[in-house]
Design a protein around this ligand. Structure first.
Ligand code: PLP
Length: 432
């Protein structure tokens, strides 16, 4: 224990951490029920009773509406599809601008480009990593039509100020809550706070059906459009009897449909969500208490009047206290710890920062998406984008890990804490 693993000493632990596996008997039975029925999907892309999907798909949607207290839940094959459909339903057009976060999974920004809109990046908040409302306001122009806000890591954005800003400038808001299902801001579920909200059911999320997504809205008209975009809208608008030309805008449909097996699995997963969140919160409380004793680490703040879903557990690293760079310190902690079973077999679930700030992707830097389109509709130069907070977080300060997933016991988390403590105590032995 006295020599750091990175310097040839023994690791704190070699036995892999337990798997996060939420799939059990219930999902197995649900899958068999669908398989035996022979109806793996009953969607039809024409105007018909089956236009809205089969029994499992529709049951999932009604159950989601009840759980989240929202008028419409619309299932799709991924949260990415959900984001694309949301931009379409809001009537976004080529050359419009959408303000997006640079610190998120790429699709939360790419969604703008699909309809020819331009993604404009604003900076994030130091404490919560969500879009900074003041910087959003600085980035608003006469072309701005919408904001895609992300409840990153499972914590909610500054909703009160965002809604006030949206009203002042007449902007629509899409809430990407892929990482924040099942927790509340004031008395409402995160994801239901804006015009349209999106959840993900991919393998890495709190609950999953392999792949999948759910869109939510309280607006009947938007729900109608979202369902059209999901399932070949252009093929049914005539039969449904459209009333005005405006209704045609962006109604070029896709096939974003969820299968019956995915829906049946998602129904069982939804039942498990409250217990899974509770376990995560319990684990986070345990880790917060222990990790806050390490002087160079700052545990996450939680926004007033809100809960946090802790998709990851974000910590802030203080180089001035540690006297080594974050990356050097984290490299050493990683060497002390084992991989985690099942989902990321080969990985130690500990990272420097999160995803690289999105405006640094070659697509933006070189302004090439669909050829030059849609960037040729704008003179935005992503080489000049300055978001100092996100860059400092990503390259110097933020540490994220997933050692709080359900399945981790206190004894497992104790090893995580031991690894951080060992590196803290031996930090002078790290290469500077
Ligand atoms: C996972 C994720 C998505 C995309 O979800 P998919 O279902 O894989 O398309 C979008 N936004 C955020 C913030 C995510 O974490």
């Amino acid at each position: 224990m006295n020599i750091l693993a990175i310097n040839g000493g023994e690791k704190v632990r070699t036995k892999p951490f337990p798997a996060y596996n939420t799939i059990g008997k219930e999902e197995e039975e649900a899958t068999l029920r669908v398989l035996r029925s022979g109806k793996l999907s009953t969607y039809l892309g024409t105007w018909h009773d089956d236009f809205y999907g089969g029994t499992e798909v529709q049951a999932l949607e009604r159950e989601w509406e009840l759980f989240f207290g929202v008028k419409h839940a619309i299932s799709v094959n991924s949260a990415t599809s959900g984001l694309y459909a949301a931009v379409g339903a809001l009537g976004i057009q080529a050359g419009d601008e959408i303000i997006v976060s640079p610190y998120t999974m790429s699709a939360s920004a790419t969604a703008a480009l699909i309809y020819g809109a331009i993604a404009i990046f604003a900076d994030i908040e130091e404490d919560y990593y969500c879009l900074d409302i003041e910087d959003i306001e600085r980035k608003i122009t006469s072309k701005t039509k919408a904001i895609i806000i992300v409840d990153i890591f499972g914590g909610v954005h500054d909703n009160k100020r965002l809604l006030a800003l949206a009203e002042k400038y007449n902007l629509k808001i899409i809430e990407d809550s892929a990482q924040a299902p099942g927790v509340k801001y004031e008395d409402k579920y995160i994801g239901t706070l804006c015009d349209i909200g999106i959840y993900s059911l991919n393998y890495h999320k709190h609950i999953h059906s392999g792949e999948g997504g759910i869109i939510v809205t309280n607006d009947d008209e938007l729900a109608h459009k979202l369902r059209l975009i999901r399932n070949h809208g252009e093929a049914v608008l005539g039969a449904k009897g459209f009333t005005c030309k405006e209704e045609l805008n962006n109604m070029v449909g896709f096939n974003y449909r969820m299968t019956e097996i995915e829906a049946a699995i998602a129904r069982e997963q939804l039942k498990k969500l409250p217990a899974l969140i509770k376990q995560r919160l319990k684990n986070v409380a345990y880790l917060n208490e222990k990790l806050s004793q390490i002087p160079c680490l700052k545990i996450p703040k939680i926004r007033e009047n809100s809960q946090h879903a802790f998709y990851v557990h974000p910590l802030q690293f203080d180089e001035n206290i540690a006297k080594v760079h974050r990356d050097t310190f984290i490299d050493a902690v990683k060497k002390e710890l084992p991989r985690t079973l099942l989902r990321e077999e080969s990985e130690v679930l500990l990272s420097y920062g999160y995803a690289k700030p999105l405006y640094m992707l070659p697509m933006y830097q070189e302004r090439i998406a669909f050829g030059e389109y849609p960037f040729n509709l704008s003179d935005v130069d992503y080489k000049n984008v300055k978001c100092p907070v996100v860059e400092d977080m990503h390259y110097n300060r933020l540490v994220t890990h997933e050692f709080m997933r359900p399945g981790m016991l206190e004894s497992d988390m104790d090893d995580v804490v031991k690894a951080f403590k060992k590196v803290w105590e031996h930090r002078d032995e790290l290469e500077h």
